[in-house]
Design a protein around this ligand. Structure first.
Ligand SMILES: *Cc1c(COP(=O)(O)O)cnc(C)c1O
Length: 394
């Protein structure tokens, strides 16, 4: 058994050796600026264009619809703010969901303070957006719908194609934060009527600090970063060549192994979920069992404090999370777990374990044994648990 088990792949993933190999020349001898006309530049430009093609291929986009950014957060900010500013004479109403990543949620809240109106559409108790509520929220002044493709905490996959069709029928721009879905599950921007899509390299075994925004050719969008003519005058700044090359390689590898990896991951995930629910009393699965990312496990344990559980499994060499990396350290329970209807005390006792293609059954078995121990220990110290047992509430 390795001395560490990494089950926090929704926060970030390990760089694949093949990705590092692809990047290495561009961190050393191939250092040209892709905007330069000489051979140094042209060489790097070609490498970036190859990466752009691999990334476009993964979502059935055209090469010239991919714009490189510094990551998922920048892509989300760019998409939402620039639609808001470009369309503000047409309308000021934005629709999003109650289970967005902070990069979308905080951007929408910022715009709300700037005079836009934001409707947060609810989800059902499985974490799937309520389409009727979404439809009912649409107004003549609605300019944007932004819904996360697959949730980073509970892994639920949204009915993106249906949302795309609704947005299209009303002539509303549709953005999706696909950072957790891109390279993990099949995406087709054409079939799903997606106008804007955010993705990030470090969630698919690529490097940190690079991502992309897909902008459908028919969508006009203001630049967020002004300056030189890079990225077709929409995002200024010398390209992050090593990062982009690594992103392209990671996308290529993801495409080649997605089907096989997912078949394996789904088996492992269901095995782990079944064992935990069966072997640890008063536990529940958060998020839809089937419409969820292949690598996501999110469980609540009653009478337990999630942060304590995390620290105790960390001491056993197991890296997991209570939800989003940004939310940890704060005392508020996850907005996603509250949105699916969990009471505060149960939301607080939740743990997220996210796997990758490198996760093994042996690691999961070891983790489940550790969880059993930790949960029993924490409950033995919990007055709430003792009261509940005494009063035969459980
Ligand atoms: C990680 C993540 C982001 C942020 O991406 P960065 O590249 O880290 O800025 C945005 N949305 C979701 C759903 C994520 O999981």
């Amino acid at each position: 058994m390795p001395n560490t088990i990494y089950l926090d792949n929704a926060a970030t993933t390990k760089l694949k050796p093949e990705v590092l190999d692809a990047m290495m020349p561009f961190l050393t001898e191939r250092y040209g600026n892709p905007s330069s006309v000489h051979k140094f530049g042209a060489d790097c430009n070609t490498a970036c264009e190859d990466a752009r093609r691999s990334i476009a291929n993964l979502i059935n986009a055209k090469d010239n619809e991919i714009y490189f950014t510094s990551g998922g957060s920048e892509s989300d900010n760019w998409a939402i703010k620039s639609v808001a500013y470009a369309k503000r004479d047409k309308g000021r109403h934005i629709i999003t969901s109650g289970i967005e990543h902070h990069a979308v949620m905080e951007t929408c809240e910022f715009l709300a303070r700037e005079g836009f109106e934001v409707t947060f559409v609810g989800v059902d108790n499985q974490g799937i957006i309520k389409l009727d509520e979404l439809k009912a929220a649409i107004r003549p002044d609605t300019i944007l719908i932004s819904v996360i493709y697959a949730n980073n905490e509970i892994g639920t996959i949204q009915p993106i194609k249906e949302i795309g069709a609704i947005a299209r029928s009303k002539g509303i721009i549709f953005h999706t934060d696909a950072v957790q879905a891109f390279g993990h599950i099949p995406i087709d921007v054409e079939k799903e009527n997606i106008n804007l899509l955010s993705a990030s390299a470090h969630k698919i075994h690529g490097p940190k600090g690079v991502g992309m925004l897909y902008i459908k050719n028919s969508v006009r969008l203001l630049p967020m970063i002004h300056g030189g003519p890079h990225e077709r005058k929409r995002r200024a700044g010398t390209l992050n060549v090593p990062g982009i090359v690594g992103f392209g390689k990671a996308a290529e590898l993801a495409k080649a192994s997605m089907e096989k990896n997912n078949a394996e991951l789904i088996k492992l995930r269901n095995y782990a979920i079944d064992r935990i629910l069966k072997e640890i009393p008063y536990s529940r699965l958060n998020g839809d069992r089937d419409r969820r990312l292949p690598g996501n496990i999110n469980i609540s344990f009653r009478f337990i404090e999630g942060e304590s559980m995390l620290m105790m499994v960390d001491m056993k060499g197991i890296a997991a999370s209570t939800g989003s990396a940004c939310a940890s350290g704060s005392l508020d329970p996850s907005h996603v777990l509250l949105a699916i209807g969990l009471p505060h005390e149960i939301a607080h006792g939740s743990i997220r374990m996210t796997m990758s293609e490198f996760t093994t059954k042996e690691e999961l078995d070891h983790t489940i044994e550790a969880l059993k121990e930790v949960v029993a220990k924490l409950r033995s110290m919990s007055p709430l648990y003792e009261d509940a047992v005494r009063n035969k509430e459980v």
